[in-house]
Design a protein around this ligand. Structure first.
Ligand SMILES: [Zn+2]
Length: 241
């Protein structure tokens, strides 16, 4: 194939633009914010799961606490009733003895119930603290997620702008180059990591960075400037400087 040295140079220009497009796309797909946001999502999910468990536990503890309070109240009511009866002086000696015994038993029962209530209150405070902690975590994580989303959007906007500029440059350049040369370049790019054309720097191909043997270099030197040459190693179009 033949192409003017101008076309070959423009092809290298096109390659530079295409390489920049590839780089920008790679950067877009691998923005660190994407991984950070995914990690925040995982943490939010874990927090939500634990929160459901702990909130259910808290609701149960609140019911236990109410029940315990009620039991204490009931025992207290009976003690007061018995004490009133005792104070009235209308009870018989046998009744008095029974009432005193009952008051003593109820007093013991009340103390036990109050101990139980205290334990439930301590448990309640612990569970409530964990719920508050998780809710706090959730707020912090959501705030962080929002900040990361803003950073991600800014980074994307920046890269999209670069890509749009590169696409514009590419569209302006392509019509200036021989279409058969472009077709060959595009075909090579498909199987050569997006690099279809490279400069011949000294005796090295700038595409695969391998040295070209002396005989081939001599052969290349003898070729007309409009001859399109290919790297023997990577098959990319080699453009002489
Ligand atoms: Zn090569």
């Amino acid at each position: 194939m033949k192409a003017t040295p101008e076309d070959q140079n423009l092809l290298i220009e096109l390659q530079l633009i295409d390489s920049q497009i590839t780089q920008a796309k790679t950067k877009l797909a691998g923005l660190p914010e994407l991984e950070q946001i995914a990690a925040i999502h995982a943490r939010l999910e874990n927090t939500a799961v634990e929160l459901t468990v702990v909130e259910t536990e808290l609701a149960d503890v609140v019911i236990d606490l109410r029940r315990s309070e009620l039991e204490v109240e009931q025992v207290d009511d009976r003690i007061q009733k018995d004490e009133k009866r005792l104070a009235s002086g209308s009870a018989s000696p046998k009744e008095l003895e029974q009432l005193q015994h009952e008051v003593a038993t109820l007093g013991k029962r009340k103390a036990e119930l109050e101990d139980g209530e205290l334990e439930i209150m301590i448990k309640h405070d612990g569970v409530k603290a964990r719920v508050d902690e998780l809710l706090n975590d959730q707020v912090g994580l959501k705030k962080l997620e929002l900040e990361l989303n803003i950073r991600l959007e800014n980074a994307r906007t920046e890269i999209d702008k670069t890509l749009a500029e590169l696409a514009q440059s590419r569209a302006a350049l392509v019509p200036k180059i021989d279409q058969a040369l472009i077709a060959l370049y595009d075909k090579i790019r498909l199987s050569a990591h997006g690099v279809g054309a490279a400069l011949l720097v000294g005796n090295k191909c700038d595409g695969c960075h391998l040295a070209i043997n002396a005989i081939e270099i001599e052969r290349i030197k003898g070729l007309a400037v409009d001859e399109v040459i290919r790297c023997e190693e990577c098959r990319r179009i080699l453009v002489r400087i």
